[in-house]
Design a binder for this molecule. Structure first.
Ligand code: PLP
Length: 389
């Protein structure tokens, strides 16, 4: 059996006809940049996230960049985030001239630890960017409380967490503003690049709308030195189709996550936990495994594609060497980097594919001498039945 890490073709089969219809509209109206499809999406995505405003952009990275700029963050400022995120979170901070400052994560959830956050705040701290990594909400209540008590803004990096909830409220609605990516492989993905910023703050919205369009506030009036960060009309059209499916897809992802948990019970693998108030959307299905690299190779030989998100933390990347961080600085994050493995996860993944992946993981540990006794015949493990596809 072959289990790809991600298969976007299955989704396209279901949506292709409707997407083509909406593309025809973009062709006919020639609204190739921004335009009515993008405006419709901004309206609907703000409602979806429970915020007042959405500004559509050309990537999540641009959204992070403008979120910081719109709050006036720049040289001399510090912005706190975590070292185990996609590098764009740190890059956006660097674009503004501010300094990224990292805090270690909670070892069970691999998300920003509010306790460590408190210790990292200095008089230069202007913003905190918690990352809802893997689609799992951070302890955004505790993070907000710390930030509010010090007058620091919170920008949620929700690039992997479209539709995830904390205490029954969707992520994106907790920060001063929040950012999303619609990169093709995300839970809500464009047919190319895309991103958005959502906020309740009218002034932030006004600035971000200007900054995405060369700083224009009205035709030929450039209030700021801005950027070309506008969303394409075609991406707006795709996102309008896909937004209607997002909740259903997220539900299927959660179901698949439950299956993984069920079929991997009693194995040496550990799961990345969710906080009790959180309802994650499993952008990635991440487990922690002993002998991670050997397991990965074994799975690959068995036809199961996996990933690692992310193998090298940002503080140890060549690009950030100049900031002088060393190994040992963020032990929870560093240890996780050596143990994590991302299993296949997407809404269309079939139950027998999940069973097959779990079967392969069991087979791997059976072959490891120290786990042999875990798998004796008399064991009452759930029986795995899967048909060859
Ligand atoms: C994808 C992602 C980004 C960047 O989004 P792009 O649209 O690829 O620019 C930022 N942060 C996180 C956590 C991401 O996963």
């Amino acid at each position: 059996m072959k289990v790809p890490f991600l298969d976007l073709k299955l989704q396209y089969k279901e949506l292709g006809a409707e997407v083509s219809r909406r593309f025809q509209h973009v062709f006919k109206t020639t609204s190739f940049v921004l335009g009515d499809e993008v405006e419709q999406f901004e309206h609907d995505f703000a409602r979806y996230t429970g915020t007042e405003y959405c500004v559509a952009l050309n990537s999540g990275t641009s959204a992070l960049h403008l979120a910081l700029l719109a709050h006036g963050i720049g040289e001399g400022d510090e912005v706190i985030t975590v070292p185990n995120t996609f590098i764009a979170t740190a890059e956006a901070i660097s674009y503004t001239g501010a300094k990224p400052v990292f805090v270690d994560v909670d070892p069970d959830t691999l998300l920003m630890s509010p306790e460590n956050l408190e210790k990292a705040i200095t008089p230069q701290t202007r913003a905190i960017i918690p990352v809802h990594l893997f689609g799992q909400p951070c302890r955004i209540d505790a993070i907000r409380e710390i930030a509010d008590s010090k007058g620091i803004i919170v920008i949620e990096d929700a690039c992997q967490a479209h539709g995830a909830e904390f205490s029954g409220k969707r992520v994106g609605s907790f920060g001063s503003c929040s950012v999303f990516s619609f990169y093709a492989g995300k839970n809500l993905g464009a047919y190319g690049e895309g991103g958005a910023l959502v906020t309740d703050n009218e002034d932030i919205r006004r600035r971000v709308r200007a900054l995405r369009d060369h700083g224009q506030t009205s035709k030929h009036q450039h209030e700021y030195i801005g950027y070309n960060y506008r969303m394409d009309g075609f991406q707006g059209a795709v996102l309008n189709v896909k937004l209607q499916w997002l909740d259903k897809w997220n539900k299927l992802r959660r179901q698949n996550a439950d299956l993984y948990r069920k079929y991997l019970i009693d194995t040496p693998v550990k799961f990345v936990e969710e906080y009790p108030q959180a309802k994650g959307v499993y952008h990635l299905m991440v487990i922690r495994a002993q002998e991670r690299d050997k397991l990965r190779e074994f799975l690959n030989d068995m036809g199961v594609q996996t990933g690692i998100h992310y193998p090298v933390p940002i503080h140890l990347q060549q690009a950030y060497k100049f900031l002088g961080w060393n190994r040992g600085e963020y032990p929870n994050c560093e240890q996780a980097c050596d143990e994590i493995i991302s299993l296949p996860m997407y809404p269309e993944l079939l139950q027998n594919q999940v069973q097959y992946v779990c079967h392969c993981i069991r087979e791997f540990y059976k072959q490891q001498p120290e786990h042999e006794q875990l798998y004796e015949e008399s064991d009452s493990k759930p029986r795995l039945e899967f048909a060859e596809a």
